[in-house]
Design a protein around this ligand. Structure first.
Ligand code: C5P
Length: 401
């Protein structure tokens, strides 16, 4: 099953491109999300509209499209995927890949990606057996590109031999095999909190904070992509539910704690939510009115600390409990004392002073504070922070075994 996996499918120009439509359908049926890039040649055989309908996503075609570039830059396009699949791959695109050419969106994405690439070649038998193609193939294999097919059989050009693209179900199986080999957290359970909490004052008003949920959501997605059975407990955000996670939507801190406890046992808990420290002690059952008797006095009560509670859970404490510390000064020192106070294993400390733009922004600068010391991470996107954290978790759980 491919739940939560994101495939970038590059369709280049060969008659086998019609089979790629079936591939999109099969990959999605297995749970993957598929985003397509169609080359100019590919568009001679299938239309962007049919790929878009099957993938239920936009189809990207043009390197120099201002709209595409604004929505999803070509670098991000290939980095946002877990696997890039080129099907069909023509002799031409193989040659460009081997040479590192980047003269359209597909080849640029292929040159810019830091993800694995699976290629399903499809071409005339003589083109396939040509020394130039075979040399390109050898170069690409040496660089770690994965291949499926081509198969031997009758060809659209009337010849017989190797050159037919692997069948869509064979390619889908190769994609599944790839992810099975790359799911180091399969069999593990993860619990992630994300977003702000809303603490009601009366039926229409609440106390909230500016957390966007981007970091927590990215962490849940990163753990799910690595095979963990992931529950994401989130306060109200504007984000879509990440693919492949079990989602529990909550509003208040107390609801968040109850949802977390219901999701135990877990091997990993990451508390990235910006939980409100206080709530209004007694929520008014009717909307508070301006009635001339002055402003209402809100009595506050302390909210449960979810991170501390999970860290202190008697029988079902997760093996690795990770919290965040958003600080505006003395970031690491505060994080060290927070780690001890809350009883968690790691604290990811970050500076959220307004000039950093971390709160609600796309980037984060992390210091990982553990019993072993402090790791300073360079500034990176919240998505990259999530991936790096997931890799560190894998390392840690592996070392503990
Ligand atoms: O104490 P402070 O809010 O700075 O701690 C931040 C860390 O504690 C975060 O990981 C946050 O998710 C967690 N936390 C929590 N429950 C609270 C307050 C904070 O889980 N009530």
């Amino acid at each position: 099953m491919l739940h939560g996996k994101r495939v970038l499918l590059i369709v280049s120009g060969g008659i086998a491109a019609y089979k790629s439509q079936e591939l999109v359908r099969l990959l999605r049926k297995r749970g993957a999300s598929v985003r397509c890039v169609l080359t100019r040649g590919g568009a001679q055989f299938v239309t962007p509209l049919s790929l878009s309908a099957l993938s239920e996503d936009k189809v990207y075609t043009d390197l120099f499209s201002l709209t595409d570039e604004a929505e999803m830059g070509h670098i991000q396009l290939s980095r946002d995927a877990d696997l890039v699949v080129v099907a069909p791959a023509t002799a031409d695109i193989l040659a460009k890949m081997a040479q590192g050419q980047a003269d359209d969106l597909a080849t640029t994405a292929l040159l810019a990606t830091d993800k694995d690439v699976l290629v399903a070649p499809a071409m005339n038998v003589r083109m396939w057996t040509h020394a130039a193609t075979q040399a390109n193939l050898a170069t690409l294999r040496e660089r770690g590109v994965h291949f499926i097919g081509p198969n031997e059989g009758d060809m659209a050009c009337g010849e017989f031999g190797p050159g037919r693209m692997a069948e869509p179900d064979e390619i889908a199986d190769a994609v599944s095999d790839f992810f099975e080999d790359s799911a180091p957290l399969s069999g593990r359970r993860a619990l992630v909190t994300s977003g702000p909490t809303h603490e009601p004052i009366d039926p229409v008003r609440y106390i909230a904070n500016r957390s966007s949920g981007r970091q927590g959501h990215a962490i849940a997605a990163a753990l799910a992509r690595r095979g963990a059975l992931t529950t994401l407990v989130s306060g109200p955000t504007n984000l879509p539910d990440p693919a492949g996670v079990q989602m529990i939507h909550v509003e208040s801190a107390r609801e968040m704690l109850a949802a977390c406890e219901s999701a135990l046992p877990a091997d990993i808990a990451v508390c990235a939510a910006a939980v409100a420290d206080w709530r209004v002690a007694t929520q008014a059952s009717e909307k508070l009115k301006k009635n001339g008797s002055g402003v209402p006095a809100l009595e506050m009560a302390e909210n449960p600390d979810i991170l501390a509670t999970l860290s202190a859970t008697a029988n079902t404490r997760p093996d690795l409990v990770i919290g965040f510390a958003a600080e505006t000064e003395d970031v690491v020192a505060h994080a060290q004392s927070k780690r001890e106070r809350k009883g968690c294993d790691w604290i990811l400390a970050n500076d959220v002073s307004p000039e950093t733009g971390t709160f609600g922004g796309a980037d984060n600068t992390i210091h990982l504070v553990s019993a072993a010391g402090v790791e300073d991470w360079p500034t990176m996107s919240k998505i990259d922070v999530a991936d790096r954290l997931a890799e560190r978790i894998i390392e840690q759980l592996g070392a503990a075994e």
